[in-house]
Design a protein around this ligand. Structure first.
Ligand code: PLP
Length: 393
């Protein structure tokens, strides 16, 4: 199939819920993606933060091949070697979170956490933050803030309210004896790349403890080295009661998980479940991915490369830039004009980046991006960002 055939077929049969690019991608390697004509692109999106280990990682590929020839599917009622190994590995990452529920995506990890919070506390209400993104199924969508995602789908889950992010006073006022849980991102991703302050995260922990509410930290985008630590909460010395992760967990293979602390109670057989959750194939991929992350010290790579990238970005002199911010290799460049024009200009230079809201360019490269590739990226950005974009869409 050539590029045009691929595009035509997808346009004919798509559900319609995605804004389709006119660029086909058929192969990946490290931080590079290749289109149907073999043209190379620098990936600064990682599939929204999935490919932290880079594309086509040989260890993950090998584990998938082996496990596909061994056992693909098994309901979690039957113990399995790959799942047991992963349970040990993933619960060792955050002291205090000793149990885990496996699922298949980010939104499912959030849904599980909400159910666990209700069954655990006997309370109904949830507090989330303005600008938050937690997913698009009804429960997680109720905690997602942006009207763009919510409109047309009401009524959503009752009892979910939103407060200003990084505002201790607002959170203090909102949490009470009816709050089952507070849910926060450690760095808001879709909402514009806004890192939490340590003070805020620590206050959230204290407020939840005082009022008997659970603290859920959504690390679906920030997890697995992205911010320079295995999980971003480790920057803040905070242990949540529930930590949701997905995206990069299994090296690109679909998998989600909720890590569970001691305050979470009443998780008895039948309370929750998932057909594909904890299947040996995904577990094998996650075991290989976590091993590779440790061996390659991916968190340290993200910290060092993030600092290098940030320093170079801050040197770009342009009246169009409002602010550069981020943590590790999760970087936002807030522009005075819409991000879309800049993203298009970058794509013409064979660089794939993301937006976060209307005016923020979001960079989420694979953590294995090379320094040469970062230099190439910042070189392109310094050309593109100094141009004023005509909003001709
Ligand atoms: C991507 C994301 C989700 C949703 O994950 P899906 O796998 O798309 O359901 C939830 N929360 C955050 C912070 C995310 O970045």
């Amino acid at each position: 199939m050539n590029a045009q055939q691929i595009i035509d077929i997808e346009n004919k049969h798509t559900s319609g819920v995605y804004a389709k690019q006119t660029l086909t991608i058929v192969r990946g390697q490290g931080a590079s993606l290749f289109d149907a004509d073999g043209v190379e692109y620098l990936d600064c999106s990682s599939g929204h933060g999935v490919a932290n280990l880079g594309h086509a990682h040989p260890k993950v590929a090998e584990a998938l091949y082996k496990q596909a020839n061994t056992l693909v599917t098994l309901f979690e009622t039957f113990p399995n070697d790959q799942r047991a190994a992963l349970m040990e590995k993933i619960t060792a990452l955050v002291p205090g979170l000793d149990r885990v529920f496996f699922c298949n995506s980010g939104t499912e990890a959030v849904e599980a956490s909400f159910k666990f919070a209700r069954i655990s506390t006997g309370r109904k209400n949830f507090i989330a933050a303005n600008r938050a993104f937690h997913g698009r199924t009804f429960g997680s969508l109720s905690a997602t803030f942006n009207k763009k995602y919510r409109e047309g789908f009401e009524p959503l889950l009752p009892g979910v309210s939103h407060v200003s992010y990084n505002n201790v006073e607002a959170l203090d006022k909102a949490v009470n004896e009816e709050t089952a849980a507070v849910i926060l991102e450690a760095v808001q991703g879709e909402g514009g790349v806004h890192p939490a302050s340590a003070e805020y995260m620590q206050a959230a922990r204290r407020i939840c403890d005082e009022r008997g509410a659970l603290l859920i930290v959504d690390e679906i985008q920030t997890g697995f080295g992205r911010t320079g630590r295995m999980f971003a909460v480790q920057h803040f010395d905070v242990t949540p009661d529930l930590l949701t992760c997905a995206k990069s967990l299994a090296g690109g293979v679909p998998m989600g998980a909720a890590l569970i602390g001691a305050n979470v109670k009443n998780l008895t057989p039948g309370v929750h479940g998932s057909t594909f959750g904890g299947n040996p194939l995904s577990c094998a991929a996650a075991n290989a991915a976590l091993d590779a992350m440790m061996e390659e010290d991916l968190s340290a790579q993200a910290a060092a490369k993030g600092a290098y990238l940030m320093e170079k970005l801050k040197k770009i002199q342009s009246p169009n830039i409002r602010e550069v911010r981020g943590l590790g290799l999760m970087v936002g460049i807030e522009m005075k004009q819409k991000a879309a024009g800049y993203l298009k200009a970058l794509q013409e230079k064979k660089i794939i980046a993301l937006n976060a809201g209307m005016t923020v360019i979001r960079l989420l490269p694979p953590l294995v991006i090379t320094y040469e590739q970062i230099d190439h990226l910042t070189g392109a950005l310094s050309e593109v960002l100094t141009n004023e974009m005509q909003n001709d869409e």
